[in-house]
Design a protein around this ligand. Structure first.
Ligand code: 8IG
Length: 272
């Protein structure tokens, strides 16, 4: 399906079509949990369970190849030791790609249409708390959506109290009691923030800054899924760190922390 077709089609019908394709190609009629693997989290799929099918994202209706180096363009069906079916979305469409919010949340809606009751969203992000050195995983407790956009259209009033499941956050802390949590602010990107914008984010209550997650989580809640979010701080946000940001630094921090955080995520999934 082309972009033009996707935008002229009802987004929920588009998600149904993608879910039907996934069911057919993976041989798994219904999935239980969906994961979006952001920067640094790519290794998690292997630890969650056995991959039983791998699809190239761009072959699935409405999906696009990832625009970012270090992101994985596959959709995998994974069978966990506990017998759960996980749908691992390695390709995220970012808001800054300019494909529109429907494209950004297509994977989320596809996951819901594929049967998923839990939506696990991961990302790499900048940190405002100086104690969170690059490579620190942080639970998302809430978000501030600074995109001035919403995935919901029309008079769709959705409550976002406790959007990031307190239940699953508690399970995560059973796995690792040292896990801290913070408020995630989604900026549009693709540029990183100025130091002044980082100070602004801090004053309005954010401790994590990134370019994803909030729009996806809103769509996930709207679709009725329980949402769990976890960030990997790959860099200190601009001005918090004495050195300028680089995408290379982000990739390296992700690689260095990859094994540890992937194991953490797999252990949390096992408890769901
Ligand atoms: I990785 O410092 C990563 N993504 N907005 N700011 C924003 N997004 C990010 C950052 C960051 N690091």
């Amino acid at each position: 399906m082309s972009n033009a077709e996707l935008s002229s089609t009802d987004p929920f019908e588009a998600a149904q079509a993608a879910a039907a394709y996934i069911a057919e190609q993976t041989g798994v009629a219904s999935h239980d949990v969906a994961l979006v693997l952001g920067s640094g989290w790519g290794e998690a799929a292997e630890l969650i369970g056995e991959t039983t099918a791998t699809l190239t994202a761009s072959e699935v209706p409405g999906f696009h190849a990832p625009a970012v180096e270090g992101h994985v363009g596959t959709i995998r069906s994974v069978l966990t030791k506990e017998g759960k079916r996980a749908l691992v979305l390695g390709a995220r469409t970012h808001y800054y790609e300019g494909k529109g919010v429907r494209a950004v949340v297509h994977g989320v809606r596809t996951a819901a249409a594929a049967g998923c009751k839990t939506f696990v969203v991961t990302n790499g992000c900048g940190g405002l708390n100086e104690n969170w050195t690059p490579g620190t995983p942080v639970l998302i407790s809430d978000h501030i959506n600074l995109t001035a956009a919403s995935p919901l259209e029309g008079a769709t009033f959705v409550d976002l109290t406790d959007l990031y499941s307190p239940r699953i956050r508690a399970l995560a802390r059973e796995v690792d009691p040292s896990l801290e949590e913070g408020v995630y602010a989604q900026f549009t990107g693709p540029h990183y923030e100025t130091p002044a914008e980082v100070q602004y984010a801090k004053r309005i209550g954010a401790e994590l800054v990134g370019m994803s997650t909030a729009l996806e989580s809103i769509a996930a809640r709207h679709a009725g899924m329980e949402v769990f979010g976890i960030s990997l701080v790959t860099n200190l946000a601009a001005g918090i760190s004495p050195v300028p940001l680089s995408h290379q630094e982000v990739i390296e921090a992700g690689q260095a922390a990859g094994k540890r955080i992937s194991k953490l995520l797999a252990d949390i999934i096992a408890k769901l």
